[in-house]
Design a protein around this ligand. Structure first.
Ligand SMILES: Cc1ncc(COP(=O)(O)O)c(C=O)c1O
Length: 386
């Protein structure tokens, strides 16, 4: 069949495909521990469930406003104002979308196009490359190295910058690396981007899942950075609500307006009931207790995972400072695709190979699963490599 050139380089999300395969194997009765998925497994916070049920019972069945219900836009503005140094954020600076994924697409489609180049540090979340390519722009991968904690170097950005460079993706805490950028680096990045007229698309979906302090430092904490920054976050990770599909963008109102126009022509507003659920958690007096409660459990699971995998011949583990993954280096092969396949089939553990993130020779393991699954999964990984 012939498809349009729009999707010439499109491939399905590798991470979702592996998780789907693990689920199919489980459904067929195979004993598989799924450490591949990119989602926390805590139940939806009660306050969100109640708000959703109440909204459903209210009988409202209409389309929600495209940029988000006003109460949620205000709640996001208040949340971002109070948890970053961005200053007073107005509801006009906020667009609610069906997850950060849609927000990233809308942002990229509005800012980048054919002839543009967009810098994407590796290891990267795979959808960044696909999304940039769908806009017609060219993703330019920026290498980093394991030894320095995958720290982005301004020198590398400068080496890869060209007159066509229009954007830079940032993701701190990072998926898959779990690394968190410090303020000094963020200041350098903000300065470099402003000097070169480059947009920063800052995907901060793991911002609150940070093990040093209550939040990772945001690029929005850097004074004057925000004119050229889009800050993206949502409820998928911090509130363990990935299936509710609510994310948001905070940025200059002119860009938010364009992104909203694009959304109005593609999907309209995000699901109304899910917006009410998101509003309930973000506006709840328990908001920070919910997030920090999840974060503390995740920190314990991270420590358990690091301890279990440390010292296994063939594996090198760095302690991640945020997010929900261990990004484990394979010391004796760069063919992580083959190792992940064998670990799944012979070891009964689903993981994501580093090839998916642009850095072969690594395995990503999600430790945000139940204590029982984690214990069993780690024992299997240990057994397999031993
Ligand atoms: C770095 C990163 N950005 C965005 C997303 C997607 O977020 P959402 O569920 O809000 O679409 C994910 C999900 O795994 C992610 O890891």
């Amino acid at each position: 069949m012939r498809f349009s050139t729009n999707i010439a380089s499109l491939v399905p999300s590798a991470t979702l495909a592996i998780s789907a395969r693990a689920k199919r194997m489980q459904a067929a009765g195979e004993s598989v521990i799924d450490l591949s998925a990119g989602e926390p497994s805590f139940p939806t916070p009660e306050v969100a469930i109640e708000a959703c049920v109440e909204f459903a019972r209210s009988g409202h069945s209409g389309y929600p406003p495209t940029p988000g219900i006003p109460e949620l836009r205000s709640a996001v503005a208040a949340y971002v104002s109070s948890t970053t140094a961005m200053g007073e954020v107005e509801p006009d600076n906020v667009l609610v979308s069906a997850g950060v994924k849609q927000a990233l697409f809308n942002a990229s489609f509005c800012l980048f196009g054919p002839g543009d180049e967009v810098l994407v540090p590796a290891p990267y979340w795979p959808s960044y490359l696909a999304i940039v390519s769908l806009t017609g722009a060219t993703p330019v991968v920026v290498p980093t190295d394991f030894g320095s904690g995958f720290r982005l170097q301004i020198g590398e950005l400068e080496r890869l910058r060209s007159p066509a460079t229009r954007g830079l993706f940032l993701n701190s805490p990072g998926n898959p690396s779990g690394e968190v950028y410090d303020r000094d680096l963020l200041e350098q990045l903000a300065g470099w981007a402003a000097e070169n007229d480059i947009w920063i698309i800052s995907d901060e979906i793991y911002r609150r899942l940070c093990y040093a302090g209550d939040s990772a430092t945001s690029i929005c904490d850097v004074p004057h950075a925000v004119e050229r920054v889009l800050h993206l976050d949502g409820i998928s990770k911090a509130f363990s609500m990935p299936g509710w599909r609510i994310g948001y963008t905070v940025g200059p109102s002119e860009v938010i307006g364009k992104m909203s126009a694009l959304q109005s022509q593609t999907t309209s507003g995000a699901v109304a009931a899910a917006q009410h659920a998101a509003l309930a958690v973000l506006a709840s007096p328990e908001r920070d207790d919910i997030v920090l409660g999840f974060r503390d459990i995740l920190r314990r699971r991270r420590d358990v995972a690091v301890e279990a995998l440390n010292g296994i011949p063939g594996l090198e583990v760095r302690v991640p400072s945020g997010a929900i993954y261990l990004y484990v280096r394979l010391t004796s092969t760069s063919d992580s695709m083959a190792v992940a396949e064998r670990l799944l089939v012979e070891g009964g553990v689903a993981s994501i190979p580093g090839e998916a993130f642009g850095t072969p020779g690594f395995l990503r393991l999600n430790y945000a699963v139940s204590d029982e699954e984690l214990k069993e999964g780690l024992a299997r990984v240990r057994g397999f490599f031993s």
